[in-house]
Design a protein around this ligand. Structure first.
Ligand code: HEM
Length: 526
């Protein structure tokens, strides 16, 4: 009887599409209302905008408009350090709570360890290990043990000639295509060309020639941005995971993914004629010291944990992680550093004086901390400050509240709910970084404070630009290397006149789009 009634209701709804849509809307409203009324966040009166506590659409809409990184700062200014930002998620901005959420995993910490939230799965497109999107702490630890040392200062220093080759090509490219009277160029694009060229250099010992040509071959850079934007838009939308599988997501992006790998491995437009596996074998056999060969050789050790994955896909996932971090993220911090130096003539001349005191162009040995002596502390402070003031990873680093739940100030977050921090909200905290937290001030990274503690250590213990704890960015040394070489070259050689300031746009990364400049040779005294 019940079944008969139900099937006749369904039949009526199916015949009347308007009624069906209305029924769906009523169902969703009832579900959201039930979830809202029973939320532990409501019971504890965690503050936040009503719409955000009721529906994910609030955050999705703000993400699509490209302003979420600034919106979340405003929410914290208005509502305090813990804010209800989505039906099952709170955001926290208090730097002192950073180590509660982003600790290290170990066997004894299962009850209190915060795993990456399910939304990270949105970026997973196959069965292989991905640093960025893996949620299981044990697997992430394995990946770090096997592969993060590829990105250590020492390992990267061994590839310095590849960085220098890309810098040379950048200089040649700017001299050939840009330095002409009155010519205005999109400098954001040029920094992207340089970082893409370095990436291909250190992974494949291959000169991709973007800088020499002064253009993005085959829409490759556009492809990386497209992939990151799509993933960024889908991250705050849990429905994306309900209606897609890894396979569907891969099929949606496969053209652009393959384009990236083939271009990175130096065969661009001939790509469909050469099987990916063959090309990887060629490149890694010829260049065993470069990153692609290392990604490939680590695959055998991953197989016990990823029996469904395979060596070619596993290698390309590592290459994608490198491209996303380097080409997707680092240009925008570099642009922030240069933009702020142009606005601050004193800082610019301090950097120039520091570089002029070096016997030759800056080398990694001039500034690495491990076993090295830092000869360019001010330039390093400029880059750190740019990374603090404009954290290019703009989304909340969401985690799942652990089996024991967690205490965030006066609020208890039960297990299974999502908690996260946005570097934009954390890095501007006046209580931690000072009343001038919103200002670009490299000096805050230098010297010691009134208690004799290194200022840089305090900054690093509070900021969130590279994440924190067990899932901290593995590419931060690479990012520094990329930025130091480029910023040093630009400010030492040329005068830049900013014709149009860069414009911020949030997708997953906060891009600094369209910094338009005129460039001319610099007259150096003596
Ligand atoms: C200025 C440049 C960069 C910034 C601001 C940055 C920022 C971040 C942040 C905030 C995280 C933490 C994500 C999370 O907890 O969910 C992260 C993770 C990561 N970054 Fe970076 N990154 C940068 C450059 C790079 C580069 C050059 C690479 C290249 C290898 C890279 C690779 C990664 C990877 C693979 C992870 C995931 C680590 C894990 O979850 O275990 N990043 N990055």
């Amino acid at each position: 009887m019940l079944l008969e009634n139900l099937s006749s209701i369904l039949a009526i709804l199916w015949q009347n599409k308007l009624l069906l849509s209305l029924a769906l809307i009523v169902y969703l409203l009832l579900k959201q209302t039930y979830q809202f009324l029973n939320s532990p966040f409501r019971a504890q009166r965690i503050p936040g905008p009503f719409l955000a506590s009721f529906t994910n659409l609030y955050r999705s809409y703000r993400t699509m408009t490209g302003t979420w990184h600034r919106d979340i700062m405003q929410l914290h200014l208005k509502y305090g350090p813990v804010v209800w930002i989505a039906p099952d998620e709170v955001s926290c901005s208090d730097p002192y709570l950073r180590n509660v959420i982003y600790g290290f995993a170990n066997d004894k910490r299962e009850e209190t360890f915060f795993k990456k939230a399910p939304l990270y799965e949105t970026g997973s497109v196959n069965e292989d290990f991905s640093f960025l999107f893996e949620r299981e702490p044990e697997k992430a630890r394995l990946g770090k043990r096997l592969m993060s040392h590829f990105y250590s200062e020492t390992a990267l220093s061994g590839l310095e000639k590849n960085f220098d080759q890309a810098v040379d090509e950048f200089v040649q490219g700017i001299e050939k295509h840009v330095i002409q009277p009155g010519k205005v160029c999109n400098f954001t694009h040029w920094v992207e060309y340089y970082i893409w060229d370095v990436t291909a250099q250190i992974a494949c010992n291959n000169s991709n020639g973007f800088c020499l040509a002064g253009e993005d071959h085959f829409g490759t850079l556009w492809g990386i941005k497209l992939i990151l934007s799509v993933v960024g838009w889908l991250l705050p939308t849990p429905q994306a995971l309900m209606i897609t599988t890894r396979w569907i997501r891969r099929m949606l992006l496969v053209y652009w993914l393959d384009q990236l790998f083939y271009t990175g491995m130096g065969i661009g437009e001939k790509k469909w004629k050469v099987p990916l596996e063959e090309r990887i074998d060629e490149v890694r056999t010829e260049n065993p010291d470069h990153l692609l060969a290392k990604f490939h050789s680590a695959q055998a050790s991953m197989r016990d944990h990823y029996p469904l994955g395979d060596t070619v896909q596993g290698t390309t996932v590592q290459y994608f992680n490198l491209m996303a971090g380097a080409v997707g993220v680092t240009p925008h911090t570099t642009i922030t550093a240069i933009h702020n130096l142009l606005k601050d003539p004193t800082a610019l001349s301090t950097v120039r004086a520091e570089l002029a005191a070096l016997p030759k162009a800056v080398t990694f040995a001039d500034f690495i901390h491990y076993g090295g002596s830092n000869k360019i502390p001010y330039l390093e402070a400029v880059i750190n400050e740019a990374t603090r003031i404009c954290p290019a990873v703009g989304f909340s680093l969401s985690r799942t509240s652990p089996p024991a739940g967690c205490q965030l100030n006066q609020f208890f977050i039960p297990p299974g709910y999502t908690v996260g921090m946005s570097a934009w909200a954390v890095n501007y905290d006046k209580g931690y970084f000072g009343a001038d937290a919103a200002e670009f001030k490299p000096e805050r990274w230098l010297g010691v404070d009134e208690h004799g503690r290194k200022r840089a250590s305090k900054m690093e213990a509070g900021w969130l630009s590279f994440g924190a704890g067990g899932r901290v960015c593995i590419g931060r040394h690479l990012a520094m290397f990329l930025m130091v070489k480029l910023v040093a070259t630009v400010v030492a050689r040329w005068e830049l006149e900013e014709v149009e300031a860069p414009k911020e746009r949030f997708a997953m990364v906060v891009e600094m789009q369209g910094m338009m400049v005129k460039i001319k040779e610099r007259a150096v005294e003596g």
